[in-house]
Design a protein around this ligand. Structure first.
Ligand SMILES: Nc1ncnc2c1ncn2[C@@H]1O[C@H](COP(=O)(O)OP(=O)(O)OP(=O)(O)O)[C@@H](O)[C@H]1O
Ligand SMILES: [Mg+2]
Length: 156
């Protein structure tokens, strides 16, 4: 399934942070989210907003070099932020044993998921950021019922 796209105009960085923070009030595991968009589109900024909204005050850095950053959250929930940009082959997904990180208590946000090919678990939601003047346009699709429910609470 794929729902009709929902779009939001994000005129500046704060709008991207706020969109993530808004979702933090209702987001629940298990959830797999693909973050699409060019280099510098604002994908990591969105994750930072989500974590800030969840009360996480520490640094939220791009996982480009480490592949994944894990943030432990209350109630045994983990937020795993992946960035597969530097993969040279999809098999690196298997070599790194990343499947084990997808559990009933995990929220997974994946930048550059296409770099992992078919190894990457399928998404409940896809969030795409694209340039729009000096700001960004955000387009969101749900692919599962779980994803659709999450969208309804977040964006209504
Ligand atoms: N809505 C927005 N309008 C203008 N600038 C924005 C917006 N959202 C984020 N930015 C800016 O875009 C820049 C790049 O953001 P970010 O690092 O989050 O991109 P990214 O998509 O994760 O890139 P990469 O693919 O390289 O990891 C940052 O300087 C950030 O402040
Ligand atoms: Mg990034």
């Amino acid at each position: 399934m794929q729902t009709a796209p929902i779009t939001r105009l994000l005129p500046d960085e704060n709008a991207t942070l706020q969109l993530g923070a808004d979702w933090s009030k209702s987001i629940k595991p298990p959830l797999v989210v693909y973050l699409q968009g060019n280099l510098g589109a604002g994908k990591t900024t969105f994750v930072r907003g989500l974590l800030r909204g969840m009360g996480y005050d520490g640094a939220v850095k791009s996982p480009t070099y480490n592949i994944v950053e894990t943030y432990p959250l209350p109630n045994a929930v983990s937020l795993n932020h992946f960035d597969l940009y530097r993969f040279t082959t999809p098999e690196e997904w298997e070599d790194a044993g990343l499947d084990d990180m997808f559990t009933a208590n995990s929220i997974s946000l994946i930048e550059w998921p296409q770099q992992g090919g078919t190894f990457v678990p399928s998404a409940d939601l896809t969030i795409t950021l694209s340039n729009e003047g000096t700001g960004r346009q955000c387009t969101i699709f749900a692919h599962t019922e779980q994803g659709q429910k999450s969208l309804e609470i977040w964006l209504n």
